[in-house]
Design a protein. Structure first.
Length: 290
């Protein structure tokens, strides 16, 4: 049943049997057969096949998808718990936007591992919109974004501010800008419009590449002040100070993961702390909750 539900989840998200088969590393007839078996067991039609590549989800499929995410999460958690019963490990999948991943997440993970030694953390780096989508699709347990995105059943919790600066020589260019779904893209466009700047732009979908180009004296860009170490830059006004957010799903996290997110909210000053600053009391708190 869980295998068929997993197949259903991928078909629902791709709206395409062939694409689902590619993602699942099986042949397309296998996907079709599993969906047909699931439809027979439920006594309903889940997808309308109209001869085109894309299939349409029925209202029954919408309902099943809403419930399937939590069910599959619970199943994966149960499998992980059984497989790691000896060590009593809890798996925690985290995703964070680029700036947060590079300049804040390393210290945070060190601190979390000290406080929650029985939790196994895995990390992904994405842009803000991708982090939100991953959380909605139950691919991660919680995430960090630098853009005030929102979605149904998702809680967005502010952590702290991040000051943006203009690095490089804006009189020469080109302007190195992130993709539209990045948290800093909005601020870059705002600056260009407010200052009526018409110079050449170059889209770069990675902060580290932008920093590397700036260090070589190529281009200019609006970046986090945290990323500007060693670069010539000018600090922008307060309206170019953005917020970092923790995003979590409503009411479906395990008690262990809830303890982690509560700790993060309480210790939102970890941005200036190294792992050696974690107190024995904090470590004991994490151990007791596990």
């Amino acid at each position: 049943m869980f295998k068929k539900l997993s197949t259903f989840k991928v078909v629902y998200e791709t709206k395409n049997f062939s694409k689902a088969a590619e993602l699942l590393f099986v042949v397309q007839p296998t996907v079709s057969a599993q969906i047909k078996q699931l439809e027979n067991e439920l006594g309903t039609t889940l997808f309308i096949r109209n001869g085109r590549k894309e299939v349409l989800a029925t209202p029954q499929a919408d309902l099943l998808y809403q419930k399937t995410g939590n069910l599959l999460d619970d199943w994966e958690d149960l499998k992980f718990e059984i497989q790691n019963r000896k060590d009593k490990l809890t798996n925690c999948n985290i995703a964070a936007s680029h700036t947060f991943s590079i300049y804040l997440l390393p210290d945070l993970i060190i601190n979390l591992k000290q406080c929650f030694p029985n939790i196994s953390f895995s990390i992904k780096m994405m842009n803000s919109l991708e982090v939100l989508n991953a959380l909605e699709h139950h691919d991660i347990d919680f995430g960090f974004i630098e853009k005030p995105l929102s979605a149904k059943n998702i809680r967005r919790l502010p952590l702290f501010n991040d000051q943006l600066v203009l690095a490089g020589n804006p009189t020469i260019g080109p302007w190195l800008i992130r993709e539209k779904t990045s948290g800093v893209y909005y601020y870059t466009q705002r600056y260009l419009e407010e200052n009526d700047i018409q110079k050449e732009t170059m889209t770069v979908q990675n902060n580290e590449i932008i920093i590397a180009l700036l260090k070589k004296g190529f281009g200019c860009s609006i970046i986090s002040q945290r990323a500007a170490k060693g670069l010539v830059y000018q600090k922008l006004s307060e309206k170019y100070s953005r917020q970092f957010y923790l995003i979590i799903r409503e009411q479906d996290a395990s008690s262990e993961l809830t303890s982690v997110t509560q700790w993060i909210q309480k210790k939102s000053d970890f941005k200036t702390n190294s792992s050696k600053h974690i107190s024995k009391a904090d470590t004991a708190l994490g151990n007791n909750r596990n």
